[in-house]
Design a protein around this ligand. Structure first.
Ligand code: CP
Length: 313
């Protein structure tokens, strides 16, 4: 099976388990490429990609750019804050401009849910969703799943707790869609004001007690507290949030002994996760970042039709 048959990657909700497995399996040889002295293969020579981020990013944007370069694609970042977007250019015109320049693929992040879907419908370029509003962040979930599988040997039937602002989290949504396809028991926990009322329709169980939610779990995925939400009155203070929902070393006795701690970053130390736990060997925050490059290489390779024997050159 090839992802070449799929024009775009917009989310995990509509992605099959087989497609997810193909991406995760393809990331394994990509990780090998990254570990070499010369981190470069000719697989995507002659292909061109552009990253267009209307919201800030450190990890996702940089890792897509690096992934493209390692595969020999011509990789350009459109810096939105210094682009003609600031002169009022519409999204539609920006997309068309990138298309006629000859880019094969666009990676886009936007604050408005559904923007990558709109872009995908209006361009011949392949489109990858790098995070749209509160909808999905599929490549984050893929790298989370890769990291879990690498450590546990399987994704099958694991118990995973996702902690924090479930309401606004595109990371939570993509993780739920992805993990449920592997039979995982997914639990979500957070303050009542940050819990979508119909979340259990996605096949998860919701909790308001952190202790109960992490009881016996294999994985805890700690979400970033989106500080801007506090101004909207959705939780009283960061101190109050930390008192009830910060994940720390002490409370891990409730989870399995070999529980893995994930966090998509950027981290608010002392708010959603203690600094001690973030720096511990159980926390895979740095592994997630480096696996993100391999997973994004796999996606670019599969979507832009790289030749498998060229990974070894
Ligand atoms: N996890 C994540 O999306 O990080 P960035 O916002 O830095 O890309």
């Amino acid at each position: 099976m090839k992802l070449e048959q799929r024009k775009d990657l917009l989310g995990l909700r509509d992605m099959s388990r087989k497609e997810i497995e193909l991406i995760l399996d393809t990331a394994i040889p990509m990780k090998d490429v990254i570990s070499r002295d010369i981190k470069k293969v000719p697989a995507l020579r002659g292909k061109a990609m552009v990253t267009v981020f209307y919201e800030n990013s450190t990890r996702t944007r940089t890792s897509f750019e690096l992934a493209g370069k390692y595969l020999s694609a011509d990789t350009v970042n459109l810096a939105v804050s210094t682009s003609s977007v600031q002169k009022g250019e519409s999204l539609r015109d920006t997309i068309k401009t990138m298309e006629v320049m000859g880019f094969d693929l666009m990676v886009i992040r936007h604050a408005m849910s559904g923007t990558p879907h709109y872009v995908a419908k209006n361009t011949k370029m392949r489109v990858i969703n790098a995070g749209d509003g509160t909808n999905e962040h599929p490549t984050q979930a893929l790298l989370d799943m890769y990291t879990i599988k690498e450590k546990k040997g399987t994704l099958e039937n694991l118990k995973v707790a996702i902690v924090g602002d479930i309401l606004h989290s595109r990371v939570a949504r993509s993780n739920i869609y992805g993990l449920k396809k592997f039979g995982c028991e997914v639990r979500v926990v957070g303050p009542t004001t940050l819990m979508p009322p119909e979340i259990e329709k996605l096949g998860v169980k919701s909790y308001f007690s952190l202790e109960e939610a992490i009881n016996g779990v294999d994985v805890i995925n700690v979400l970033r507290v989106q500080r801007e939400r506090q101004q909207s009155g959705l939780f009283p203070s960061l101190d109050e949030y930390a008192r009830l929902y910060m994940v720390n070393t002490k409370m891990l006795s409730k989870a399995k002994d070999d529980v893995l701690i994930l966090h998509p970053g950027p981290v608010n130390r002392g708010v959603e996760i203690s600094s001690e736990l973030a720096d511990s060997s159980q926390a895979l925050i740095n592994e997630q970042v480096s696996n993100g490059v391999a997973v994004r290489m796999a996606l670019l390779f599969l979507m832009m039709g790289g030749a498998r024997d060229e990974i070894n050159n």
